[in-house]
Design a protein around this ligand. Structure first.
Ligand code: FE
Ligand code: CA
Length: 502
């Protein structure tokens, strides 16, 4: 704890020295007199392309619209400034900025910072994507519970030299749960309003490891359920029964999520929806198809008496062809994108476990919130993944608080059917592991599951080259020890042209 405090003090001192330099150098801009740090939540970047990215900050503690200054440089000391200007930070958006920066040369690192009056933000680092990179290092992460553990895994991602972080959901948690040691408390009730969700996101960004990660690496994000409430499905609350009350809560939560993420300005749509499914390309090496499996899905099968995800048995509705995980528009977008894909690796990033998971609770028992509860939708997705034109499909996911390496079969009912893709599921970054009652013995019931660990938190590191992807499951040694480091729990490779794990 003392170490962290000193770290913060050091960072504050550094910020203060930059502040003096900037106040002398920057032209006077009309801004309110500040008695606090408007950039206390830090900076972030995302949406990397070969010619640009999105830069984010959120000016806090202000009640009026302000304009922030920004600078982008090719060097850390801001001697070679390549862009500078002003950007609106509207009070109606909580002072959030989503600055789209196009037109830069490919494959270069950039440094950026924001100004307001005398105040200057910390410096962030990001990069444009190379025209045809030969290597790509991705961190796959999900499920970070403020109370359950320190976010130490982010320090490891920075040390590993990750090009981009794929955060596939449960970025915040709306509630406390489970028993076990907590390292800190939310200190506020479960969020319901926009103000509540803003405060929850702002609390998260005071974590020094999370703030440092956002300043060091671009994040590519999509949300899951806990950014709103547990196990909601589209317009159906997982907890809140009243439909209108749920939609109010969802809109508030989504707006706060948008306001805190380095997403493009057009992500937040009129009427309160989020356009989150989108593609990222690293030349011919790899494409990430980022999916949104929460916003458009049908309600969980056989959830009439109890809301949300649960073990269902002999539930015919899991095979309902009318049920959807992605919605018709996103399904067509994925199918079309995979069909046209010319990249070497097609990485399909989404929220939860994709492969079949037979449970100990009976022959057809399944967890209704995962793809197992949307059998027909999964069959359609398998059809898209299995097209002969698709080269090297890898499904990426999270949500289940345990690590999984799976062979994605064309037909999970036939263990000898073709392997159409590999699946990498990351554990929680900081939370309790998954339910032993569901996951114990998973490999013996599911031969397509090639590795499973339900005893560690961490993230999955993917080192992508044309011939292979080296997967390194990075486990954090302890969630309660603030200085804990990560280690390799398991290393496996996916060979190009040969889907699956041995
Ligand atoms: Fe989770
Ligand atoms: Ca989840």
């Amino acid at each position: 704890m003392i170490g962290r405090r000193q770290l913060l003090t050091g960072a504050a001192a550094l910020a203060a020295s930059r502040f003096i330099a900037a106040a002398q150098a920057a032209p006077a801009n009309r801004a309110p007199r500040l008695t606090h740090d408007p950039f206390a939540l830090g900076v972030a970047s995302g949406e990397p392309t070969s010619d640009g990215f999105v830069l984010w900050t959120r000016a806090v503690g202000l009640t009026e619209d302000v304009r922030l200054g920004y600078e982008i440089a090719s060097d850390e000391n801001f001697r070679a400034i390549v862009r500078s200007g002003r950007v609106d930070a509207p009070a109606g958006r909580g002072g959030a900025v989503h600055l789209e920066v196009p037109g830069l040369p490919p494959g270069r690192p950039y440094f950026y910072r924001f100004h307001l009056g005398d105040a200057v933000s910390r410096v962030g680092r990001t990069a444009t994507v190379a025209v045809n990179p030969e290597r790509l290092r991705l961190a796959l992460t999900s499920c970070q519970h403020w109370e359950h553990g320190w976010f130490s895994a982010y320090r490891d991602m920075i040390e590993q030299g990750v090009d981009a972080v794929l955060q596939v959901g449960d970025y915040i948690y709306e509630k406390s749960f489970g028993s076990g040691p907590n390292v800190r408390a939310f200190g506020t009730p479960d969020p319901q309003t926009l103000g509540d969700y803003r405060a929850r996101h702002a609390l998260y960004r005071t974590d020094p490891d999370l703030a440092a990660a956002h300043a060091a690496m671009p994040f590519i994000v999509a949300l899951d359920d806990h950014e709103v409430e547990n196990d909601y499905a589209g317009v159906h609350g997982g907890v809140t029964a009243d439909p209108a009350a749920f939609l109010r809560r969802r809109t508030a939560a989504w707006q706060a999520y948008f306001e805190h993420m380095p997403l493009g300005p057009s992500t937040w749509r009129r009427g309160g929806s989020l356009q989150l499914f989108r593609r990222f390309r690293w030349g011919r090496l790899a494409t990430v198809h980022m999916l949104d499996t929460r916003q458009y899905r049908s309600v969980q099968a056989c959830s009439d008496e109890k809301r949300g995800g649960q073990v269902v048995r002999d539930c015919d509705a899991v095979a309902d062809p009318g049920a959807t995980m992605l919605g018709a528009r996103q399904e067509a977008w994925l199918d079309d994108g995979l069909a046209r894909e010319r990249g070497n690796w097609s990485l399909v990033a989404q929220q939860t476990l994709f492969s079949r998971l037979a449970l100990p609770q009976g022959p057809d028992a399944r967890w209704s919130d995962m793809w197992d509860g949307y059998e027909a939708a999964r069959s359609r997705a398998l059809g898209s993944l299995g097209r002969p034109t698709v080269r090297n499909a890898v499904v990426l996911g999270g949500d289940v608080h345990s690590f999984w390496l799976n062979n994605v079969l064309a037909d999970f009912e036939d263990p000898r059917s073709k392997i159409v893709a590999s699946e990498v599921v990351t554990s929680c970054l900081a939370s309790r592991n998954g339910p032993a009652a569901l996951f114990d013995g998973a490999r013996s019931r599911n031969p397509h599951i090639r590795h499973h660990d339900n005893a560690h938190a961490g993230y999955a590191l993917l080192d992508v080259v044309p011939e292979r992807i080296d997967v390194d499951l990075r486990a954090v040694a302890s969630l309660v020890e603030p200085a804990a480091r990560c280690f390799s729990l398991e290393r496996r490779s996916i060979e190009a042209g040969r889907p699956g794990f041995a």
